[in-house]
Write a protein that binds this ligand. Structure first.
Ligand code: BG6
Length: 484
């Protein structure tokens, strides 16, 4: 049902995500007049605050996490905010919450960002309090379970109150402008699509490297690890956008139908196709940082790095490995996709049969930089200027598009701005459908099961390095070098 919500109910309103992302995003949207004028925002969490105290909390969050030039009229934004304390495990508290929400004229969007153990009681409480009707949408933030079974359990609980077309599962990578631009690059240009297949692409690399360590999320991260924290969601979404067939339109069903086909075509990963690591004390940009177990305060077998050689079993990608790697405490923060093309079938410059030359035509490579800056670089072979007495010389030169310059003056938005607006307006295209999440878990669970079978434990790597040397070997034994 299509409606624009005029009430937004934020669970976990005093949490980290709310402080760093949600309140700043909403304020930035308000500053640009993009929120419905009548939108009221109701925060709820366990903390015993009133409207004024919540507004003060929000003011401090905005001062810290939203640049001054994007804040607009903070007073007007804060006036939209209300607060109702709630212990989600106590059903009787939901009636007061429903009173606070009042009767939306058009519709209600709920954003659930709480501990997974609170999902079910929250859904039941909302149902009891009449907050799940036809004009209510439910948005869910990760972690949505820890494996396929627990994720199904959560999805079933949500499905008992909301149909799939009113459920919005967040993967904040899809809210990133640069990730959406992948679709524009692939499907708004004639250039790439004819070459985007096994006949012309040798392999693909997807790297999501972070310099941060635990960031205080000790127990969450130690239970999750890099595979569940980053690969199960963000990296598989990136992979599906790179690998999917062209959807017939930029529409929620068409796009998600194509992504899920890719996710379902992922081959089970073989025993020697993954490498895990855990960082030890080292240095990042010259600054000493402790090892994972020091940060954690105990020994642990949780991986903070994972590299995977994956395969998509379909016609388009037959025999094209997709190398994935992600880790904490790596030398730089970078998210990029590297598409390595195959060599030309015959090089006229190779200098055979006693002819002059011997120049090597290196295969083209497309590097799509997603973070920290969006850069698209296509390496092309060019002739080195000169009179070529010893034969022609070739060198790769980059065809480089810095998006920041191409779109100078355009606002760089927080991923959640886009997602919150789509939630309020009811567009599911950039949200993850249940079948996608389940296909992602299915694949990731099999990897974890294989680690357990093998009794695999993470290898050490020094903070500030690119992970354990085995990760380099994983690619190098196929003659592939990670792009750095
Ligand atoms: C989150 C993970 O989903 O994504 C974090 O839980 C990670 O561990 C974060 O740091 C990375 O997001 P971004 O937008 O900074 O790349």
């Amino acid at each position: 049902m299509s409606f624009t919500a005029d009430r937004l109910l934020l669970f976990g309103a005093t949490g980290d995500l709310s402080k760093r992302m949600l309140l700043p995003s909403l304020c930035a949207l308000a500053a640009d007049d993009l929120l419905p004028p009548s939108l009221e925002i109701i925060g709820t969490a366990r903390s015993d605050l009133d409207d004024q105290a919540f507004r003060q909390f929000a003011r401090e969050a905005l001062e810290k996490f939203l640049p001054a030039e994007r804040r607009g009229s903070v007073g007007a934004f804060l006036n939209r905010l209300h607060y109702q304390p709630l212990d989600a495990t106590q059903e009787d508290g939901f009636a007061a919450l429903a009173d606070k929400v009042g009767k939306p004229e058009q519709g209600l969007a709920i954003f659930l960002s709480t501990a997974p153990s609170l999902f079910e009681p929250t859904i039941h409480g909302l149902q009891k309090a009449g907050l799940t009707g036809d004009t209510v949408r439910m948005c869910l933030e990760k972690p949505l379970g820890t494996d396929l079974e627990t994720s199904r359990h959560i999805n079933d609980a949500v499905a008992s109150a909301f149909p799939e077309d009113r459920i919005f599962r967040i993967d904040h990578y899809l809210g990133k402008e640069t990730v959406q631009n992948l679709l524009a690059l692939r499907f708004a240009n004639i250039l790439f699509e004819p070459l985007w297949n096994a006949a012309h692409i040798d392999h693909v690399q997807i790297t999501v490297a972070e310099t941060v360590g635990l960031e205080g999320r000790v127990s969450f991260y130690d239970d999750a690890g890099a595979l569940r924290d980053m690969v199960q969601n963000h990296m598989l979404q990136l992979l599906s956008l790179v690998a999917m067939e062209p959807p017939s339109s930029f529409d929620a069903t068409a796009v998600r139908d194509e992504k899920v086909k890719v996710l379902r075509s992922l081959r089970r990963v073989g025993p020697d196709e993954t490498v895990t690591g855990q960082y030890r004390a080292g240095a990042i940009t010259g600054q000493a940082v402790p090892g994972y177990d020091d940060e954690l305060g105990k020994d642990s077998d949780t991986e903070t790095f994972v590299a995977i050689k994956s395969h998509i079993d379909n016609w388009r990608w037959k025999g094209v490995p997709f190398y994935l790697r992600t880790g904490k405490r790596l030398p730089e923060r970078v998210t990029e996709i590297v598409v390595q093309f195959r060599p030309v079938p015959h090089s006229i410059f190779a200098g055979s049969n006693g002819k002059k030359g011997g120049a090597k035509a290196e295969p083209n490579r497309l590097v799509i930089g997603i973070q920290p800056e969006e850069n698209i670089t296509l390496s092309l072979m060019a002739k080195v200027p000169g009179l070529d007495r010893g034969g022609i010389r070739l060198r790769p030169v980059p065809l480089n598009i810095a998006m920041q310059n191409a779109f100078a003056g355009k606002e760089r938005r927080i991923a959640y701005e886009r997602l919150l607006l789509d939630l309020i307006e009811g567009d599911q295209t950039l949200f993850v459908r249940r079948d996608e999440v389940e296909a992602q878990w299915d694949w990731v669970d099999a990897i974890r099961a294989s680690w357990e079978d093998q009794g695999a434990t993470p290898k050490n790597y020094t903070a500030g390095s690119w992970g354990p040397s085995a990760a380099i070997a994983l690619a190098e034994r196929d003659g592939v070098t990670w792009h750095e």
